[in-house]
Design a protein around this ligand. Structure first.
Ligand SMILES: Cc1cc2nc3c(=O)[nH]c(=O)nc-3n(C[C@H](O)[C@H](O)[C@H](O)COP(=O)(O)O)c2cc1C
Length: 379
């Protein structure tokens, strides 16, 4: 294919793949798309190893890195600036009521008690579920990313800091920001990002309230000539053609890569994903504190119940979720086991390689655009 995004990145197809798995990122880039590694859950040391591995396995093809820089989070609002005490301070903000509720959910679903189940406290901020979404834990990830030959730095929940955008540009790295509302797209373009990822309600992970069908053309018109990638509910050539018809220059996909052969998903969650339909997801604050689309589980249902406390703000709620998920996974409890995924999960019914996903998407894209063209010619 030839369009301005293919030219901008030197890629064959304007298909961008968000993934936490380095094998998937490298496989997508090798197949002619653009693999983008989600850095959120890695320590700086681990991210360095992952990117080194990608550099060695991507055959010189372009790839990117995604970080999460929340405009609003508990640590930022409190002005916390001491990495050493970050996790302890954040733990101190979690109420007993919230810990008790978590333990009640686990007990009701037969997850065995732990000797010391007071809280998940102990270990590094990463071990405790703080992840890269505080300023203190997120900024070093950008430094590592920019020390590798990446072509794209993407960020969610807010644009990267202006200083990071400047450094990226000085290295000829393009900067993208995920948004869920037109106003956020305008704000982010003003901060200097090069392309906008307009992510609709259907998408897996943090998502807004506007569906892709409405969001994409609104954003395209609002920020023209800045290029737009459409995200949310895209996993096939027909969906890609629809996104391009709405004015997008390419597609940004996430969920569809969870069930590819190269993915590192564990069998119980893989089975759940392959079996789920589009009504098996829910947009809930129960994972991170911000609305995130994920599998509907006994955990998401419990937080909807009348006796549930209000989910805590980011990143506190995720500390609870990480603690619970560690125990749920150890117990192999399928009812509670969940993860972010979009409504497109209904079509993720068999395991394919990343290359098959890309090629099938492109074949169907060609078929559908030819059909539409021929209908025009016949008219
Ligand atoms: C498991 C999962 C984790 C995600 N984590 C992030 C993340 O850390 N950073 C980010 O920018 N987007 C994240 N997203 C959103 C994706 O980047 C992408 O926008 C979204 O998956 C697109 O919609 P789709 O799921 O319908 O393909 C995540 C999505 C999924 C499914």
């Amino acid at each position: 294919m030839q369009n301005r995004l293919c030219e901008m990145f030197g890629i064959e197809f304007p298909i961008f793949a968000f993934t936490h798995c380095r094998d998937v990122a490298a496989a997508v880039s090798r197949a002619g798309g653009m693999g983008v590694l989600g850095a959120l859950a890695f320590s700086p040391e681990q991210l360095e190893l992952e990117l080194k591995w990608i550099d060695e396995h991507v055959d010189g093809k372009p790839y990117g890195v995604d970080v999460v820089i929340p405009v609003k989070s508990a640590d930022r609002e409190m002005g916390l600036s001491d990495e050493k005490s970050l996790a302890d301070t954040l733990h101190g903000l979690i109420t007993d009521e919230h810990w008790e509720f978590v333990h009640k959910i686990l007990a009701e679903h037969g997850v065995p008690d732990e000797p010391d189940q007071a809280s998940g406290n102990g270990g590094s901020p990463l071990d405790q579920g703080v992840l890269g979404w505080t300023e203190l834990t997120g900024a070093p990830l950008i430094d590592i990313a920019l020390a590798h030959p990446i072509k794209l730095l993407a960020s969610a929940l807010g644009p990267p800091p202006p200083e990071a955008i400047e450094r990226a540009h000085a290295q000829d790295v393009k900067v993208a920001a995920l948004i869920g509302r037109k106003e956020q797209a305008i704000r982010d373009v003003q901060t200097g990002v090069d392309l906008i990822i307009a992510q609709g309600y259907e998408a897996g992970g943090h998502t807004g309230e506007v569906a892709s069908m409405v969001l994409v053309p609104d954003v395209v018109d609002a920020i023209s000539p800045t290029p737009v990638l459409a995200a949310g509910g895209i996993g096939s050539g027909r969906q890609m053609a629809a996104a391009m018809a709405l004015g997008a220059d390419g597609v940004w996909t996430g969920s569809v890569w969870l069930t590819v052969a190269e993915s590192d998903m564990q069998p119980p969650i893989m089975e759940k994903l392959l079996a789920a339909t589009s009504t098996d997801t829910v947009r809930s604050r129960s994972m991170t504190g911000k609305p995130a689309r994920q599998l509907r589980t006994a955990w998401t249902e419990a937080w909807e119940s009348p006796d549930a406390p209000k989910p805590l703000p980011m990143p506190l709620q995720f500390i609870l979720w990480s603690y619970a998920t560690r125990r749920i996974t150890a117990a192999g409890n399928r009812e509670l086991l969940g993860m972010p995924v979009g409504q497109i999960v209904s079509r993720m019914n068999k395991v394919r390689t990343a290359k098959e996903v890309i090629y099938e998407m492109i074949e169907e894209y060609i078929e559908v655009t030819e059909r539409l063209n021929s209908e025009l010619a016949d008219a």
